[in-house]
Design a protein around this ligand. Structure first.
Ligand code: ZN
Length: 244
């Protein structure tokens, strides 16, 4: 390599995606797993945190998922055996997010999806393999978009959600706007929808506070008791007991 070549390689050195540290050559291997390709694969490792990552990620991953790549479990016991290997992943997620909506892209037959469902998440998936899509929908019970184009699938999902938000009470019309195309369009729409939900929730909380205050004042004037903040239902019960 020439000096100029070395310099340009150094200036575009890959940084660690976790800590920003310098990545150095770690090991080189090939696809012994499925033997799809004889290409050498170069792994780098971060000198700061030790994270290893693949330097030459193939541009097209589809050919690596040969027919029969995903071994679908045939019995309930086999499903549980597969699920056991994924437990650490949902444990990790729950450290940061105890519940909510979860979209898995490329879930195979859905071991992680199943654990996420059991943990109380509302789970959806985007998967390319038709047999896996059938399995996810029928055996795992997860709404699945069967698509090779994740961005297009996300757009479709965003359009569906926007349609639901369009009819939701109290939300500003921005939440129901048609999402733009591509990942940028979906991201911009998601920000608008999130902001609209945030504003609506703040409005609901203000109304709830007002209702509680009115109930507390009503109780105080009806019963002659000064009371602190309480749930509206508790105040109603106390009033019913005292007045009924
Ligand atoms: Zn690092």
């Amino acid at each position: 390599m020439t000096q100029a070549g070395l310099a340009s390689r150094e200036s575009t050195a890959i940084r660690c995606s976790a800590c920003g540290g310098e990545m150095r050559p770690f090991l080189e291997t090939r696809d012994y797993n499925r033997d799809v390709s004889a290409e050498p694969y170069r792994y780098l490792r971060c000198i700061e945190c030790g994270l290893a990552s693949l330097d030459n990620v193939p541009r097209e991953l589809g050919p690596f998922y040969v027919p029969g790549y995903h071994m679908l479990p045939s019995t309930a016991d086999a499903i549980e055996a597969g699920v056991a290997h994924e437990q650490y992943k949902i444990d990790l997620v729950r450290q940061f997010m105890p519940s909510g909506s979860l979209l898995e892209i490329g879930p195979s037959w859905g071991a992680f999806c199943l654990l996420a469902k059991r943990a109380g998440f509302s789970v959806e998936a985007i998967e390319v393999d038709p047999a896996c899509c059938d399995f996810l929908a029928s055996r795992i019970g997860v709404r699945t978009i069967c698509s090779r184009d994740e961005a297009a699938a996300l757009e479709e999902d965003a359009r569906r959600l926007a349609g639901e938000l369009r009819d939701a009470p109290r939300l500003s019309p921005a939440a129901g706007d048609e999402p733009g195309s591509g990942l940028d369009g979906v991201e911009a729409w998601a920000e608008r929808a999130h902001a609209a939900v945030f504003v609506a929730r703040a409005g609901l909380e203000r109304e709830r506070d007002l209702t509680v205050r009115e109930a507390v004042e009503l109780e105080a004037s009806a019963l002659g008791e000064a009371v602190g903040p309480a749930a509206v239902a508790d105040i109603r019960r106390r009033l019913e007991r005292a007045l009924g």
